[in-house]
Design a protein around this ligand. Structure first.
Ligand code: CP
Length: 324
């Protein structure tokens, strides 16, 4: 694997290797000094053309924990606002000697274009493109599910075979949903999408999942329920659902959460719109893994960077030589 553009590009073995490597990386977070020398002397550019809190900070934390030099680029305040193209921006970075580019862009396909254009030679990691893909989000979600539903140590080497995962909400605009459907299918999980009919993508019948409009019927059969944000910024105002109607039919409140099996978890990629897709009672409950997902994101992104750039050195020293 030279780039990470889409969760659909990952084989089961690729994905399990990333999840297992992320478990190794997670040990670093438990140390007093949360740093490995693995990417010392390598320069990584975080190229963000669209807003982000979790993904941008998480990649930066992951890069710094691997001792890389980090360049943060935000389109706001750059020469992009003067009309500079992606090609010229990329070639400027190439001239400065970056070893990898992490890119978020509002245009679906921008990371693929960057990776295949020949404009730069460095590996490209997709940090979310339009409504298309967000592969590291799907990996951190799978990592969280594996830890919670299979076990931290018991999960090593294993996938999510037979786990039932329900994604709820604005599937139409969700790159998180697309990435999760692809990755969860590869990992053997059974995925059900629940969405208002106007927020189900055309062609969904070709996706490797079921579609339901009955949230209350699906909840008792779910091991994990992932609520999706209603992405008003990508919607025509005419299609805005009213908050009250949306919450009544597709929102998760305490009463609905009680219909889930006792072991089942509630997930959300963030940012959450409390009161719309999820109530504060559910978001702040012990069953909600949203903060855990953020913490796991750093380990997963360290694993991806290590596997794309790390070379032959072991990521983490063997237990006998570890200084913890
Ligand atoms: N989950 C996610 O991508 O969040 P950000 O938009 O804050 O990065």
């Amino acid at each position: 694997m030279r780039h990470l553009i889409s969760a659909a590009d990952l084989t089961r073995d690729d994905a399990v290797l990333i999840l297992d490597t992320a478990e190794e990386m997670a040990r670093v977070a438990d140390r007093p000094i949360k740093k490995l020398p693995t990417l010392r002397g390598r320069t990584i550019c975080n190229l963000f053309f669209e807003d982000s809190t979790r993904t941008r900070i998480s990649f930066e934390a992951a890069e710094k924990r691997l001792s890389a030099d980090v360049i943060n680029f935000a389109a706001k305040g750059s020469s992009v606002s003067k009309g500079e193209s992606l090609k010229d921006t990329a070639q400027t970075l190439e001239a400065m000697g970056v070893d990898a580019v992490v890119i978020r862009h509002s245009a679906s396909g921008a990371p693929f274009r960057l990776a295949t254009s020949g404009w730069i030679d460095a590996p490209v990691i997709n940090a979310g493109d339009g409504t298309h893909q967000h592969p590291t989000q799907a990996l951190l979600d799978a990592f969280t599910m594996r830890r919670r539903l299979v076990g931290r140590d018991a999960g090593l080497g294993r996938d999510l075979a037979g786990k039932r995962v329900t994604l709820v909400g604005d599937v139409l605009h969700s790159r998180v949903a697309r990435s999760n459907v692809d990755l969860l299918h590869t990992l053997g999980a059974e995925v059900t999408l629940v969405a208002p009919p106007t927020l189900v993508p055309v062609g969904v019948e070709t996706w490797p999942c079921e579609v339901s409009y009955d949230l209350d019927g699906v909840l008792p059969k779910s091991d994990a329920v992932m609520m999706l944000r209603v992405q008003r910024e990508r919607m025509n105002a005419a299609f805005f659902p009213t908050e009250r109607e949306y919450s009544r039919r597709y929102g998760l409140d305490g009463e609905r959460m009680a219909k889930m099996p006792e072991h089942a978890i509630v997930m959300h990629p963030g940012p959450m719109v409390r009161g719309m897709e999820i109530t504060a009672e559910v978001a702040d409950s012990d069953r909600c893994t949203v903060v855990e997902q953020v913490a796991n994101g750093v380990s997963v992104r360290m694993a991806v960077l290590y596997l794309l750039l790390g070379g032959s050195e072991p990521a983490v020293a063997p237990a006998t030589t570890r200084t913890e």
